[in-house]
Ligand binder design. Structure first.
Ligand code: E4P
Ligand code: PEP
Length: 368
């Protein structure tokens, strides 16, 4: 019998190693990136104030409505900054009632395959120049923080936080990773409050378990600011909170689902405060349904018509971009429409501004 041909391998490589790896590309380390784009005093002040205000809301000490608003994903620096400028103006005008934080999402967890976000593929051309992706992400976060607007992002790759977390006020763990021990451990060391989405199957327990896990300290494998692999020992992050995003069986922002969420949090010994994501399964992925979801949740928070107010509802999340809808990626990224999402459909800016200003008016008058 003939022997099977030996697999091709380079000198010194063991045949059992990295069988399915095509290549390793060295990457800039977090310290080098921070030296290229150092956090200015103004940016640090935005992040620190943003984190403190969000913590006060989570602790029930700031009764403003927490509004996490912005694109499903950032793919264009200019559009992101234009959006941030508009949102900053509304945040200033409504700050007595609304605590506005911009969604600045650079990492997209896909159900199967698809564009994974600006850090993974900044050229939108499958070149995966992640050093450039991290540079762009850090630069965008810095510019938005210098505008005075706090930012929120999803933390997906466990080594990303070392590169950008100093510029972020609020993090979230997505529905696809809330059950992942790696993400819970990572969250236990993050410097900002972290929201945990319920699972894609609608499971609340998955997020409650994540909150409990991340409140504890952990020791796990990671990198330090020099990019050195190391054992990371964390203190635990007490600022976890639930985000209701609906699930495969439908939305979970109705009064009964919210009652169950509060009971689940209380039974788990967790603070009974949470956000409602108006997008994803809560809008049936129809971006134009988001205002109806938002207003329903706002009514529940304010109470009225025989229902008591519900201060457990901290606020809402909204997927919004300069222009409504979504578009598919094009072979030449220059052909993309400006200001339109390349991931989930979004509400457009005009409708977003209207919703935020109407919300401010309702909160000011106390009338839904
Ligand atoms: O918010 C973004 C998407 O809902 C998430 O990344 C999943 O997207 P997909 O189902 O299109 O992969
Ligand atoms: C991916 C997201 O949401 P979810 O994890 O709820 O699907 C998101 O908010 O961008």
């Amino acid at each position: 019998m003939l022997d099977a041909p030996a697999p091709a391998r380079s000198a010194g490589r063991r045949s059992t190693d990295n069988v399915n790896v095509r290549e390793f590309t060295p990457l800039i380390n977090p310290r080098q990136l921070a030296e290229e784009y150092p956090a200015s005093d103004a940016a640090q002040a935005t992040v620190e104030n943003g984190r403190e205000q969000i913590k006060a809301a989570l602790a029930g000490e700031d009764d403003r409505l927490l509004c996490v608003v912005g694109p499903c994903s950032i793919h264009d620096e200019q559009a992101a900054l234009e959006y941030a400028g508009k949102l900053r103006a509304v945040a200033d005008a409504t700050e007595d009632r609304l605590l506005i934080v911009m969604r600045v999402y650079f990492e997209k967890p896909r159900t199967t395959v698809g564009w994974k976000g600006l850090i993974s593929d900044p050229g939108l051309n499958e070149q995966f120049d992640m050093a450039e992706g991290l540079r762009k992400a850090r630069r965008i976060l810095l510019e938005i923080a210098e505008l005075g607007l706090p930012t929120a992002t999803e933390m997906l790759e466990p080594i990303t936080p070392q590169y950008i977390a100093d510029l972020i006020a609020l993090a979230s763990i997505g529905a696809r990773t809330t059950e992942s021990p790696c993400h819970r451990q990572m969250s236990s060391g993050l410097s900002m409050p972290v929201g945990y989405k319920n699972g894609t199957d609608g499971s609340l327990q998955t997020a409650l378990n994540a909150m409990t896990a991340a409140r504890a300290g952990h020791s796990f494998l990671g990198i330090d600011p020099h990019g050195q692999t190391c054992v990371v020992h964390t203190a635990g992050n007490p600022w976890g909170h639930l985000i209701l995003r609906g699930g495969n069986n439908g939305p979970n922002y109705d009064a009964e689902s919210i009652k169950q969420a509060i009971a689940g949090l209380e039974n788990g010994g967790l603070p009974p405060r949470f956000l409602v994501d108006c997008s994803h399964a809560n809008s049936g992925k129809d971006p134009l349904r988001q205002p109806a979801v938002w207003n329903d949740v706002l009514s529940q928070r304010l109470g009225g018509a025989g229902s008591p107010p519900n201060p457990s509802i901290l606020g809402m999340m909204l997927e919004s971009n300069l222009f409504e809808g979504a578009q598919s990626l094009t072979p030449d990224p220059a052909d993309l429409k400006y200001g339109v999402s390349v991931t989930d459909g979004c509400l457009g800016w005009d409708a977003t501004e209207k919703l935020l200003r109407e919300t401010h008016a309702k909160l000011s008058s106390g009338k839904v």
